[in-house]
Each structure stands twice: as C-alpha cells, then as structure tokens.
Write a protein that binds this ligand. Structure first.
Ligand code: SPV
Ligand code: MG
Length: 436
C-alpha cells in the first residue's frame, strides 16, 4: 500500500476552468488525488442538471494527470465518501466559506475532525466563474434532440419536478432564469420545466380557452419560448383535436423539440376545467380516448417524447373511481407515458385519495398535479403523496394582468403617468433586460 497522503476533491461542474485546474494542481502536491464527481442526480437536486452526463464528465477527469481515480459522489454532502475513504485532506476553493455552500463546508469540517483529517482551502481564482461559463454554454449545448429528451432525463434524476406557465418569450426568460437560494440544503432552487397552458396562451391573445386558438398559433408561441430558453416544454394539448390529426401533432411537436404533450379526455367544445360542472364537461369514451393516445404513441419517432393522459373525471364530478378506471385504460390500452390528474376542489382530498390509489396500482408512471385551487398544499407534500411533476399553471398571467390593469387605470385617473412610476421597471432596466 502506498504511504502517500490521500486527498479528496469534489467536483460538480460540467466545464473545467482555471479554478478547477488550480485546485487539482495544489491537491496533487499534497498526495494522491481522488475526485468525488457529483452524479447527475446529486447536481440536479441542488442546481440545474448538468449539460454532460456523468460518464462523459468522468472520462475527462479520469484522464487528468493530477487525478488518481474518480468516484461518484451521490449527494451534495461529502459525508458518505469522507466516511468511506477517510482522506488525509479535503481540498476546496475558499469561496465556499460564505454563501449557500457554507452548510456543506461546516459538515466537512465536522467529519474531518472525527479522525484528524484536514481541510485545505485554495484562494479562489478571480475572474472565472463556473456558473457564468455554464450559462454561456447552455444555449448552444441545447439542441432540439437534447431539449426534447430533457424531461425524461430530469424525471430520472430528481424525485419530482417543478414547472410553471410560460406563455411568451418574456415569461419564458423569467422561468429560465429565476432562482432562489435554499440555504438549509446548500442548494439553489429553480423551475425544472415550462408549461405552455392553453388557458394562458388563449387569454394573452384575448381569446377564450375553447381550442379556438389553433395549433399553428400555439406553435408560434412555442417557437417564441424556445428561441430564448432551454428548459423542457410540457405542452397543454387540450383534447389533442381529432384522433386522425393527433399523430401529425405529435410528429410536429417532436420535430420542434417539445418534451411532452398532455391531452385531456374531453370531447365536444372544450371548456376550461376550472369552470368545473358550471360548464358542460363532456368526457370522451375511455376506449376511444385510449385509441387516440395509442395512435399518437405509434406515430412517435423518438423514444424520449412523452404523451400524457389528463383525467378530467374529478372536474366532471365523476369521482376517484372513474379516474382510476380511466387511468388504467389510458396506460394499459393507450400506452400513456404519464397521467395528469386535475381537480378544482379546494381541500385537495380527492387528489390525496387518487394519489394513494394510483400509487398502489403503479409506482412507475409519472403523475402530474396542478394545485391551482388546493394551493395550500406545499409542493413537497404533493411529492410525498407520489406526484412526479407539480405545475403552477397560470400564475404569471394572473400576476401580470392586475398589474397592467392598475397601471392603465391610474394613468387615466391622473392624466399622466408620473404617479405610477414607482411601481414600474425603469426604461434603463427594460433596455438591460434582454441582452443583444
Ligand atoms: C391550462 O392551464 O390551460 C390548463 C389547466 O389546462 S387549467 O386551466 O387548470 O384547466
Ligand atoms: Mg388548458
């Protein structure tokens, strides 16, 4: 056995830059370097999923002369690997002393103190930021194929995903970029996916949500979103239209890089589900709907596109039994890749019951929930019930409209716009908002 000292360095980044090279160089001077390369799931749970998969990243790092071996690090926490390898040194840049990574650092110090290991911190390399480099690379790394595959990839990496409505280029930019720190977990929280809602797409166009906005127009919205963002898109496909047309819709969506379409089991003039039984909600014959789903599945060219069946039983007041019966038919006969269960009840009890019974039937099939009315239930609790994707379906539209209405009203009242200035973004900020 070598009596050289052992050194542990954790790396999560896709893109290796001068800062990493510096840390590895210094680490190699201390002894034999083991790199704990964060797995795709570990990265995805605390920031955006990596651009390159573990195998590709591993191949690069394993070939570096400073590195003796690469091992997976399954969590953001170093605990498991430090306990397993008991390195003499852990080496890291000193930039993690402050900010959200300080939680991870504190744990490392604790673990090392258990056996006399040492933390060596290398002064942070100024002028290079992994986050900035990654942000610059991401748009060019996002191809039609990789974007389409991204939803399935994320579903494998993370226990559950969070999506929100994006209805135009500007709201897509918000969904693409908004982040908040999650200091308790040393993580950064962001949206995983975008929901292109029929309600919001129609409403922004001043049209009712009755499938009046045709597919060509919906595609225009999708293009606007795609041009400025990279996150996977889940399209609200309404009823999927005529069964004969549905395969053509699937081919088009696959070709442009949409990740999933959700179609609802309604027929006749579609009415928004949040009307519930205040509107006529006619459900399709479940076998007919399964045939429609199946025609779509057979038309599909790629393996990664998802066709998700949306159950409207609870919206139509038919109860959980009907929803479960239909879910089974859509999966077993229609080949649905996932289920969306919709409800407008405020207490969320039907959703709880559906999830319990559905998860007894299968744990494999992803389930999507849309907590618009039962939004007192936190996302994490819905995930505990077995939800795979939580969609906040219309919240950007609903926040934009009152703000716009208020501004328009106050300018009318005052005969000038000075009074609203304080609530508005400055023109300077508007000009800076979109990079040229
Ligand atoms: C949409 O966002 O268009 C939906 C969800 O279909 S809901 O409006 O809640 O029916
Ligand atoms: Mg809709």
């Amino acid at each position: 056995m070598s009596n050289r000292k052992t050194v542990y360095v954790a790396i999560s980044s896709d893109i290796l830059h001068r800062g990493h090279l510096n840390v590895l160089e210094q680490a190699a001077r201390l002894g034999e370097v083991t790199v704990g390369l964060l797995t795709d799931s570990a990265i995805a749970t605390y920031k955006r999923a990596p651009l390159l998969d573990w195998e590709t990243r591993e191949a690069t790092i394993a070939n570096m002369r400073q590195v003796s071996r690469v091992v997976p690090q399954d969590t953001l926490s170093y605990a498991q690997n430090i306990r397993d390898f008991r390195p003499d040194f852990v080496v890291h840049g000193d930039d993690w002393r402050t900010g959200i990574q300080s939680v991870v650092r504190a744990e490392v110090l604790n673990l090392l103190s258990e056996y006399g290991g040492e933390l060596v911190e290398i002064p942070h390399t100024v002028g290079v930021s992994g986050t900035d480099l990654e942000a610059a690379f991401r748009p060019t790394a996002s191809t039609t194929d990789s974007r389409r595959a991204q939803l399935r990839r994320l579903l494998k990496m993370k226990p559950w995903l969070r999506a929100i409505e994006a209805s135009n280029g500007l709201s897509a930019l918000i969904v693409e970029n908004v982040k908040v720190d999650d200091p308790e977990n040393g993580a950064v929280r962001e949206y995983d996916a975008m929901w292109v809602s029929s309600l919001c797409d129609s409403t922004f166009k001043g049209k009712p949500d009755t499938e009046l906005v045709d597919f060509t127009s919906r595609l225009r919205t999708i293009h606007d979103i795609m041009e400025v963002s990279t996150k996977p898109i889940i399209l609200d496909g309404d009823t999927g239209g005529r069964a004969e047309h549905f395969p053509h819709m699937i081919r088009t969506l696959e070709r442009v890089g949409v990740s999933a379409v959700i179609i609802e089991d309604k027929t006749g003039l579609k009415q928004n589900s949040l009307f519930g039984t205040d509107a006529v909600q006619t459900l399709d014959d479940p076998r007919e709907f399964a045939i429609k789903l199946n025609t779509g599945k057979r038309a599909q060219v790629s393996d990664d596109f998802m066709i998700i069946a949306r159950l409207e039983s609870l919206i139509a007041g038919l109860g959980v039994d009907d929803a479960i019966m239909r879910a089974k038919i859509y999966i077993e006969q229609g080949g649905a890749d996932g289920i969306m269960i919709h409800s407008r009840h405020k207490d969320g009890e039907e959703i709880r019951e559906f999830m319990r019974r559905f998860r007894e039937y299968t744990t494999e099939i992803p389930v999507i929930v849309v907590p618009t009315t039962y939004n007192h239930i936190p996302e994490s609790e819905l995930a505990e019930m077995g939800a795979s994707i939580v969609i906040h379906a219309n919240h950007l539209l609903r926040s934009a409209y009152p703000a716009m209405l208020d501004t328009a009203t106050r300018i009318l009242e005052n005969g000038r716009s000075l009074e609203v200035d304080d609530e508005l973004m400055s023109i300077k900020d508007v000009l800076k908002l979109i990079p040229e």
